[in-house]
Design a protein around this ligand. Sequence first.
Ligand SMILES: Nc1ncnc2c1ncn2[C@@H]1O[C@H](COP(=O)(O)OP(=O)(O)OP(=O)(O)O)[C@@H](O)[C@H]1O
Ligand SMILES: [Mg+2]
Length: 343
Amino acid sequence: MTTMDAISDMPLLEVERLCVEFDTRAGVVHGLRGVDLSIRRGETLAIVGESGSGKSVTAQAVMGLIDVPGRIVSGDIKWKGQSLLTGDGPKRAREIRGKEVSLIFQDPMTSLNPLLTVGAQIAEVLQRHLGMTKTQARTRVLELLEAVGIPAPPRRANQYPHELSGGMRQRIMIAMAIACEPQLLIADEPTTALDVTIQAQVLELIAGLQETLNLSVILITHDLGVVAGLCRRVAVMYAGRIVEMGLADDLFERPSHPYTQGLIRSTPRLDDRMNRLIAIEGSPPSLLSPPVGCSFRARCPIAVERCTEQPPLAVVHPGASAACWRPSVPAWQESPPLEAALT
Ligand SMILES: Nc1ncnc2c1ncn2[C@@H]1O[C@H](COP(=O)(O)OP(=O)(O)OP(=O)(O)O)[C@@H](O)[C@H]1O
Ligand SMILES: [Mg+2]
């Protein structure tokens, strides 16, 4: 192995046992309860899970955006092996955020400034982070608009956000996010506000940029349907924890955690419109007082006594881990449960 290989093999980002809490009038909300994940250079990871499972809070923590009433109570976030939370970490974090790591939000309308032309907003990022002159920034803006597939860049650059369609605005957000050539791009539900055709185009754009720029991408979504083909690995979140992690193809084929199985059963498949969708019964637990043990226990069809103990995220088969005492192959595979896992 050459030195270069060793470097590209080192995780870019590592999140370790991260816990985030929010002080609310109703009490302490345990938003993240020990999240572990890592991503290497050029890798693509999807974070999926129902509303409130902690997907955005994970992204916000990485971006340093957890603010009052929230706080990181324990755990660590490392960038290229160095903590961003301890020692010189916070200073380094301010340098890399927006530059080496950038975030695309769900709703471009709330994150773009309505009073500035889109060209001026992208130029501002270039001037602030890369120290470009106005003229340099202006040239680069046009290149970036071209790179994200915006037709007639010189004309579009002079328009205001409200003059552009939702899909175009999302492309502007992507142009801003890649302006400083980040190594990691976090896209938090980048397409939920868009219609299906535009959604597909935006995802295609992200996939194309991922490849040409050798970006690492974390794609956050509650829609399993958008993950396939775009992300190599998937982390499934439930009630502030990762309950399953594996290679996308494998995870869709044979999910081990009963929650992942339910999630897949409740996702429409383009090639299989006839099958009835089965929603997961019940709702996620309150994070004000999360249950002891497995948090999916109350909704789980195969829960047993032992589920009152928290199951660790453990390897279920090569490349796949699940936090479940009874990891099984789903019923639709018509195979018996892995009895071996119980002993
Ligand atoms: N500012 C806040 N104050 C109080 N609680 C918060 C705050 N931000 C997040 N939370 C709580 O943290 C938990 C995780 O929220 P998060 O936004 O990460 O969910 P999500 O998985 O992104 O959901 P969605 O799919 O709806 O975007 C939720 O229970 C939420 O209520
Ligand atoms: Mg969210």
